[in-house]
Each structure stands twice: as C-alpha cells, then as structure tokens.
Design a protein around this ligand. Sequence first.
Ligand code: HEM
Length: 146
Amino acid sequence: MAAMEASGSGGKGQGPEASVPYFRLEEVGKRSSSKEIWLVIHGRVYDITRFLNEHPGEEEVLLEQAGTDASESFEDVGHSSDTREMLKQYYIGDVHPSDLKPEGGSKDPSKENWCKSCWFYWIFPIVGAVLLGFLYCYYTSESKSS
Ligand code: HEM
C-alpha cells in the first residue's frame, strides 16, 4: 500500500476510536472494482467488498460510488441508524488529513458565502445608475421648462 500512512497500530476492523491507518484519496480511488471496493463516508474509509452483493440498494449504486467520497449519496438515500451502526464493521481507517475537505461541500466555504451574496455587489451599482439617470432626466427637463 504505497499511499497508506499508518497513524498507529494499523489494525483493521476496529472502531474509529482506536488508532487507525490513514489512506490517501488516491489510494481509495484504486479500490473501485467489484473485486475490491472502498468508499469514503464523512472522512472515514470503508472496505465494503464483502457487502457488495448484499446491499439492499443494489450493487450498481455502490460500484458507481466506488473509490470516491460517497458521503452525499449515502445521506441522500436517508440510510437508517441501523445501517450507520452497520458501517462500523467495514471501517478500515481515516482519510489522510491533507485530503480532507470541509464537510458540507467541496467548495471553499468563504467562496460559497461570497457567491450567495454576490448579487449584493452588482445590484447596488445598477440601481444607483438607474436612479442617477432619472435624476439627470428630471433636472434637465426642469431646467428646460423654466
Ligand atoms: C458502505 C456503505 C453502505 C452501506 C453499508 C449501505 C447499506 C444499506 C442498507 C442496510 C440499506 C437498507 C436499509 C436502509 O435503507 O438503511 C440500504 C439501502 C439503500 N442504499 Fe445503501 N448502503 C451503503 C451505501 C450506499 C450508497 C453510497 C448508495 C448510493 C446511492 C446507497 C444506496 C441505497 C439505496 C438506493 C437504498 C434503498 C433501497 C430500497 O429502499 O429499495 N447505499 N443501504
């Protein structure tokens, strides 16, 4: 496992609280066939190879997500709390801290906030220009009539 960095004992199948290995996303990405399938859910790496045929949501959906961060798809489906418990048995380690993105989106949150309020930056100059236009028309017509 070239891209794997051990953060502790490296024991597989233990809970997240135990010392666990870190995996680079590149490494996870390589495990994306029906022979071996790993997924990332909320920064944790799961080897779900043996679960593939048993998945009630069909194996195709897991194969589509193979080797990637499947957090969003996993949440979209609304998996039960029992399923979340079940995840623990497939847990093999954590995503390496350098590969972790902020939860809730791949974008830089500061950019997202900027985008949400970017209308704010161009609407005022436009409204201001229109108002100035009206004022200009108003005063020029006033001065012509007097
Ligand atoms: C390691 C990851 C996963 C495990 C252990 C798992 C497990 C399960 C289990 C036990 C169920 C039935 C009970 C429930 O809804 O909670 C289920 C349903 C389902 N799963 Fe997953 N799942 C995983 C990942 C995914 C992913 C990434 C998708 C992607 C879309 C997915 C799609 C579905 C769908 C569509 C159903 C509903 C099936 C139905 O109601 O007919 N699952 N999964």
